[in-house]
Design a protein around this ligand. Structure first.
Ligand SMILES: NC(=O)C1=CN([C@@H]2O[C@H](COP(=O)(O)OP(=O)(O)OC[C@H]3O[C@@H](n4cnc5c(N)ncnc54)[C@H](OP(=O)(O)O)[C@@H]3O)[C@@H](O)[C@H]2O)C=CC1
Ligand SMILES: CC(=O)C(=O)O
Ligand SMILES: [Mg+2]
Length: 604
């Protein structure tokens, strides 16, 4: 048995970490210093050099290779840039400390986001190390809520390109264009057309901030190496009048493509990326609801792809609700006995409905019984049969026989739900009256205002706790600080965001070479996430694990996804011996940001 924080070799660390042990320290060969060995099945037993087709200053200006002042003397000679850096060699820890000092001296979140993006552009290893080691502090800066502002100001603040853009002008050239991307082995693409960025509407090409932020999480939280990810904007124009008239807007300044012109653009893009990277996972992100489901249905059977807002959000909400039921002392199998109101019938609302319904059916409910638990509202009120002519097929599945168009508050009054979810992008929609009504009808109402960014949340954590007299179980799309009640009780709200699922789902799907992402993969991802929530978390009113354990969560989700892929005969890259120990198989594939020795390719 290891003593607490025992120092051991990297090889032992890897084995211990793969076995789920975290109470060790290890000696890093790259820095010659002892550092904490946080969860890291990903740490390699042998520091293989990275062969780079570059030399001299080109290495310093390549963010994937650059170590800045951490290049050691021998490397400076070997790679030909002695004299281009100050003499003293630092290590990643001192570099991180210096960066954090500067970052924490800044008070504006958007300026911190810019500092982080500048680091991202200079030194990816250090950037991801900062994220991995300080994910709780950094996630709100590179992701929601700050990424919303970064997208709004994308044009004005543009400095260096990252990712790829495809527009109608590129029709006929996309299969060639993908070869302009300088990395040959892309595993994950996050693509948006910018038509519904968070709850901020159509931001056109300025939506690029979202794929960049999501892919940073893929690397830091999901252990996908940075050279294996590609952020993409499909620039189909914008219907945002402000952007159409903005002299600094950098996207195509035309109204959005419609019909065949739009679908041909998407189709050529999908063919092009599959041509160069046949096994790439494509994550559709923040496509407006009028195309999101069609897009998914068009490609999901033949391509490795998923829609994060529909499927990732559904799985995350399911995990949160299973934990909330546990917190209420109810069986997780009682999901189908709840009355669930979903405010918002777009990608997220219907996606959540679909995943929850599937879970209820897995738990033994009939489809009719499962469907009957839902009351889904859009801005015209309850989805009902009388409104079927104006609903899409997915919404129609949830249309109720009665009370078509009943306003949200009246739905809550009449049907006395036990769960209220918000995915409307309407900040403040959950009023005092609505939350009080929830609390009259239910001892511990589950209230999840999931819209992003913070200003679009249907209510704040403080409001939900205050208006429910501290009885609600709360989780939100963007993070909220802890709330202290007048009676001294302190609640630390959870974040219910698809960031808990997509990195692990993507990791699992890519490491096993899955050929498709299936509904059951989403379901097992949700289960894996839910089982990560401890009794202690629940006692503190938390229904998601702390964000600090996101790499462990992703690892566990990935293992569950690989198992499911094997079960469904969809895994193409798992050898028999790997299948015997999937924990280690996945752990060993996880990228961990640390400096590795560089060696020039031509000399090897
Ligand atoms: N926490 C998380 O992980 C995630 C959060 N989200 C967030 O969810 C939100 C919605 O996303 P998405 O579904 O794609 O967006 P959509 O625009 O597709 O859907 C919004 C839905 O809300 C409805 N709505 C608008 N106003 C009201 C109202 N006053 N009362 C009831 N319903 C209303 C709309 O109805 P109508 O069509 O009639 O206008 C529509 O059905 C965004 O803020 C997004 O950031 C999304 C994905 C993940
Ligand atoms: C979290 C997310 O995917 C969204 O708000 O769109
Ligand atoms: Mg999204």
């Amino acid at each position: 048995m290891l003593a607490s924080k025992q120092i051991c070799t990297i090889r032992n660390c890897r084995l211990l970490a793969a076995a789920g042990r975290t109470n060790f320290r290890f000696l890093s060969t790259s820095d010659d210093v002892a550092v904490e060995g946080e969860w890291a099945g990903c740490k390699r037993s042998f520091m293989a050099p990275l062969r780079v087709a570059a030399r001299g200053a080109d290495i310093l200006y390549n963010p994937l290779y650059n170590k800045g002042t951490a290049f050691k003397s021998g490397e400076r000679d070997r790679l030909g840039f002695r004299g281009l850096l100050p003499s003293r060699a630092m290590n990643i820890h001192s570099q991180k400390a210096r960066f954090l000092l500067a970052l924490r001296a800044e008070t504006s979140a958007i300026k911190k986001n810019i500092m982080l993006e500048d680091l991202h552009d200079r030194n990816e290893t250090l950037y991801h190390r900062v994220l991995v080691d300080h994910i709780e502090e950094m996630a709100p800066l590179i992701y929601t809520p700050t990424v919303g502002q970064a997208c709004l100001e994308f044009g004005a603040r543009f400095r260096r390109p990252r990712g790829m853009y495809f527009s109608e002008e590129d029709r006929g050239h996309m299969a060639a264009m993908v070869y302009n991307w300088p990395h040959k082995d892309v595993h994950v693409i996050v693509v948006t057309d910018g038509s519904r960025i968070l709850g901020l509407g159509d931001l056109g090409a300025n939506g690029m901030g979202i794929p960049i932020g999501k892919l940073s999480l893929y690397c830091a939280a999901g252990g996908i190496a940075p050279h294996r990810v590609l952020p993409v904007v499909l620039d189909a124009g914008t219907d945002n009048k402000e952007l159409l008239n903005d002299e600094f807007y950098m996207g195509t300044q035309q109204p959005r493509l419609q019909g065949d012109r739009y679908w041909n653009l998407v189709d050529e893009f999908m063919q092009a990326v599959r041509f160069r990277w046949p096994n790439v996972l494509v994550q559709f992100e923040d496509f407006s609801s009028n195309v999101a489901q069609t897009l998914l249905d068009k490609y999901r059977d033949d391509h490795l792809c998923f829609n994060d807002d529909i499927q990732g959000t559904g799985a995350t909400a399911l995990a949160g609700l299973l934990s909330a039921l546990r917190a209420r002392g109810e069986k997780v199998t009682s999901l189908g006995d709840q009355r669930i109101v979903i405010a918002g019938a777009g990608s997220a609302g219907i996606g959540i409905g679909q995943v929850l319904k599937q879970a209820m059916m897995e738990q033994g409910k009939s489809e009719k019984e499962a469907t009957n638990t839902f009351f889904i509202c859009d801005h015209k009120g309850l989805l009902g049969k009388e409104r079927c002519h104006e609903l899409n097929p997915e919404q129609q599945e949830f249309a109720r026989d009665e009370d078509s168009g009943l306003p949200l508050l009246d739905v809550v009054k009449k049907y006395k739900p036990t769960i209220l979810l918000g995915v409307t992008a309407v900040g403040g929609l959950f009023t005092r009256e609505l939350i009080s009504e929830m609390s009259v009808n239910c001892e511990r109402p589950i209230i999840f205002p999931l819209s992003n960014p913070t200003a679009k949340a249907e209510c704040t954590a403080e409001q939900a706790y205050e208006w429910s007299h501290g009885r609600c179980i709360f989780a939100s799309g963007s993070p909220f600080d802890a709330v202290e009640m007048d009676d001294g009780r302190i609640f630390s709200p959870s974040q219910c965001n698809n960031m808990y699922v997509f990195p692990g789902l993507g990791l699992g799907a890519t490491v096993c070479g899955a050929t498709r992402v299936t509904d059951r993969m989403l379901f097992v991802a949700a289960e894996a996430l839910a089982t990560f929530v401890s009794e202690d978390d629940l006692k503190r009113g938390r229904v998601f694990p702390p964000i600090t354990s996101i790499r462990e969560v992703s690892h566990r989700i990935a293992v569950a996804v690989v198992k499911e892929a094997l079960r469904e005969n969809l895994a193409t890259r798992v050898r028999e011996k790997d299948a015997l120990d999937l924990d280690s198989f996945v752990a060993q594939k996880m990228y961990y940001p640390e400096y590795v020795p560089l060696v020039e390719k031509t000399f090897v």
